[in-house]
Design a protein around this ligand. Structure first.
Ligand code: NAD
Ligand code: UGA
Length: 472
């Protein structure tokens, strides 16, 4: 199709976990729309144009290959792509601020503002700007003011937060629970909302497309993540009590989840939630509440974060305590480093926090994850925890990356499951036991391994929120 034949041209700024998959699905479902994803990272765009995509998501490679070069393009030509677009999605990263006002809590919308400035600079006509990034409520106001002050053209700003979860991104985008679009309740705003509704209507049924005012849409995204994380912290808060009372957290989750008012999802106890968004978005919500003087509301949500910190710390401390109060120079096999299964993403992974506590005790960690490279792991330690060879002398000796569970477990005193990868549910645990030091400890931070079988083999098992071995 020549450029003029497309019914609409979309530009997406930011070719990350959200921008890439989201635009691939729009392109696949709307062959009449030209979709171009741009990024300031040349490396990132090169990877999207290669046979080895920059992110791992089931089904993504096939999906991208089915439309790339047809109506989906990845480019570093930021200015020209914005200029020709009717709709510009802003899908850049909005991490927690590391300095200045709101440090450690507020989201940094620097990248979003830079996008707005760039759009104003290179546009030769008015456009619809779509906030896809997760942003503090009322960010659209800032975008509008930047655009208005720097461009003579008319722009409509919409909020269209993304609800995909990593590891299931393609499926979530193809079959979304809902699509949320917020916009100004003016004739111009409503028209822009309708234009975006028509894009999604190519594959999403009308009742699932929810339209609201701008601020409800922006705030709904933060509230959705806060409520999901709250469920994880709530079930995790019960695990310590289960361990003291011989109740079983999975049985409790089943029993309470059968009540449709509670629901069965997001009740899987764990070593703690991770990922790039839960922590950042709740901290942002806490900050926003505080900045409006709503201390009680801020404290309420902050408790979800504190419970998660407690869970990670509790797991590590329990490992040390169980292994005779010392793990110094002991080899520990770490199964999984990604923040959840089916993704190579390591941002804020609970594994890093547990490993940091074990490193402080001078344990030797042999890590196996099917999707995470050593380079990525070390970057995560540096970025989130400031753990480097400089801050933790001997780090490169204390963390050894392995290519298989067997390699990781050889000579180990313990195995700790950090990510619920399917392969950890059905390993040849007898073979692993045979090559480990004895007593062989097993710490299941995800409750995915066959605990009864492990005990039969001879392992001493600790599982989150489960009745404990009386040996301890
Ligand atoms: P990411 O870090 O994977 O990707 C962001 C990309 O934006 C990077 O490639 C970066 O180079 C690019 N970028 C930064 N500034 C730019 C600019 N000025 N112009 C062009 N490109 C620029 O981030 P992500 O995980 O895709 O998240 C993006 C946003 O979506 C965040 O606000 C996040 O909270 C939200 N979100 C993420 C997920 C998720 O699962 N990761 C889900 C829903 C919402
Ligand atoms: C989450 C939300 O689920 C998405 O809707 C949202 O779009 C996204 O954040 C975002 O804004 O970035 P994601 O972080 O990719 O998605 O993954 P989740 O499946 O939500 O898991 C988050 C963390 O919670 C993981 O570490 C996971 O292992 C943990 N978790 C989840 C549990 O410990 N127990 C559960 O029952 C569910």
């Amino acid at each position: 199709m020549s450029s003029e034949q497309y019914s609409l041209k979309i530009c997406c700024m930011g070719a990350g976990y959200v921008g890439g998959p989201t635009m691939a699905v729009i392109a696949a479902k709307c062959p009449h729309i030209k979709v171009t994803v741009v990024d300031i990272s040349v490396k990132q765009i090169a990877a999207w144009n290669s046979s080895s995509l920059p992110i791992y998501e089931p089904g993504l490679q096939e999906l991208v290959e089915s439309v790339r070069g047809k109506n989906l393009f990845f480019s570093t030509e930021v200015d020209a792509t914005i200029a020709e677009a009717d709709i510009v999605f802003v899908s850049v990263n909005t991490p927690t601020k590391t300095a200045g006002i709101g440090k450690g809590f507020a989201s940094n919308i620097k990248n979003v503002e830079l996008c707005a400035r760039k759009i104003a600079e290179v546009s030769t006509a008015g456009k619809i700007i779509v906030e896809k990034s997760t942003v503090p409520v009322r960010t659209a106001d800032s975008i509008k003011r930047v655009l208005k002050s720097a461009s003579p053209y008319e722009f409509q700003v919409l909020s269209n937060p993304e609800f995909l979860a990593e590891g299931t991104a393609v499926n979530d985008l193809l079959f979304p629970s809902r699509v949320l679009i917020g916009g100004e309740q003016t004739p111009g705003g409503l028209k822009a909302i309708d234009t975006l509704v028509q894009v999604y209507a190519n594959w999403v049924a009308a009742p699932q497309i929810i339209t609201t005012n701008l601020w409800s849409s922006e705030l709904s995204k933060l509230v959705a993540n806060a409520m999901l994380a709250q469920r994880v912290s709530s079930i995790n808060s019960i695990t310590a009590l289960c361990e003291r009372t011989d109740a079983d957290v999975d049985e409790i989750a089943r029993a309470i989840g059968a009540d449709p008012r509670i629901g069965s999802k997001f009740l899987k106890a764990s070593v703690g939630y991770g990922g790039s968004c839960f922590q950042k978005d709740i901290l942002n919500l806490v900050y926003i509440c505080e900045s409006f003087g709503l201390k009680e509301c801020a404290d309420y949500w902050n408790q979800v974060v504190l419970m998660n910190e407690y869970q990670k710390k509790r797991f590590a401390m329990n490992m040390v305590k169980t292994m005779f109060n010392t793990v110094t120079s002991k080899k520990i096999a770490i199964f999984g480093f990604a923040f959840k299964k089916d993704t190579g993403d390591t941002r804020e992974t609970a594994a890093a926090f547990v490993m940091k506590d074990l490193l402080d005790e001078q344990a030797i960690l042999h890590v196996y994850d099917p999707q995470v490279t050593r380079e990525q792991m070390m970057l995560e330690f540096q970025y989130t925890l400031n753990v480097t060879e400089e801050t933790t002398p001997g780090l490169n000796r204390l963390i050894i990356t392995c290519d298989s569970v067997l390699e990781a477990a050889r000579g180990a005193h313990a195995i700790a499951v950090m990510t619920e990868w399917d392969e950890f549910t059905s390993c040849d645990y007898k073979a692993l036991y045979d090559i480990m030091e004895k007593p062989a400890f097993f710490f299941d931070g995800r409750n995915v391994a066959p605990h009864a079988q492990l005990r039969e083999i001879g392992f001493e098992v600790y599982a989150i929120g489960k009745p404990q071995d009386k040996l301890f």
